[in-house]
Design a protein around this ligand. Structure first.
Ligand SMILES: Nc1nc2[nH]cc(C(=O)O)c2c(=O)[nH]1
Ligand code: SF4
Ligand SMILES: [Mg+2]
Length: 250
């Protein structure tokens, strides 16, 4: 499986879930590489913004920002090697993230199989951008989908970011919760429109401010919480940013 490479090793880390329904829960994160979308504010751009690709990123304006080389930012690990890494950590809540983890769902399925066989108390969550259908076998093993539909503010073309059959699948799946990244007040109408069109129940929706610093998150907090109250949606912070800052592996 292709995982994000960090300090010459696979980006597998034990921390607390910083976002959404299980905020605060001790969890092991496995960060897969590769993504099928290219959000201009993505904070894991080292999983997709490869040298030679035409994708734009907010950080293009920063002096010294460079696209990534696959050999420096991808590490290939077998399912057995990943299971071996996980066995060293005393935690059974696994969060599959990326990039877009469902691009490698057959390998992740194998990993979940293997882990459950050896430890039936393992629990699996996957983060996903909601554009790829999980297989029936994957759906049988996963416990929770954290679906994060991408909006206009991500700068992905509509045809790539909104896959109606996939949104319908997740809307009808009781294991799915939805997490919308909110950049500005312009995003609200678009979110409410998606919730209405796909009949997503409000108690399964989390609105999360976009930002990779406490200052940026707090600037949106009061306003966004008011919108959550108005529309009976949940607010979620990005707890790990407040605790650790914008760092990898936390
Ligand atoms: N602590 C922590 N919580 C997270 N929740 C979602 C994350 C992600 O990058 O997918 C993430 C992450 O990178 N760290
Ligand atoms: S879908 Fe997620 S990982 Fe992919 S570019 Fe967007 S924010 Fe980054
Ligand atoms: Mg993240």
């Amino acid at each position: 499986m292709k995982l994000a490479k960090f300090n010459k090793k696979a980006e597998i880390f034990y921390t607390i879930q910083g976002e959404g329904k299980n905020i605060g829960r001790p969890s092991i994160f496995i960060r897969t590489s590769l993504c099928n979308l290219h959000c201009s504010w993505c904070d894991t751009d080292y999983t997709w913004n490869w040298i030679g690709t035409p994708f734009k990123h907010e950080k293009d304006a920063e002096p010294g920002y460079k696209k990534y080389s696959k050999s420096e930012y991808i590490v290939q690990l077998s399912v057995d090697e990943i299971a071996e890494e996980l066995s060293k950590i005393n935690c059974k809540n696994i969060v599959l993230t990326g990039g877009e983890p469902l691009l490698q769902q057959s390998e992740l399925l194998e990993l979940m199989h293997l882990l459950r066989k050896n430890g039936p108390t393992y629990r699996f969550e996957t983060e996903t951008n909601g554009t790829i259908l999980p297989s029936e076998q994957f759906d049988n093993l996963i416990d929770q989908y954290n679906v994060s539909p991408k909006l206009k503010n991500s700068n992905n073309p509509l045809k790539m970011r909104e896959k109606p059959e996939v949104y319908k699948f997740f809307s009808g799946n009781a294991k799915a919760v939805f997490k919308f990244v909110v950049s500005s007040s312009n995003d609200l109408d678009e979110i409410l429109d998606l919730i209405a069109r796909y009949a997503i129940s409000p108690e399964r929706v989390y609105l999360m401010p976009e930002g990779t610093s406490t200052e940026k998150l707090q600037a949106k907090q009061q306003w966004l919480i008011n919108e959550c109250k108005n529309h009976h949606l949940n607010y979620t912070d990005r707890l790990h940013i407040h605790i650790y800052g914008n760092k990898r592996g936390v």
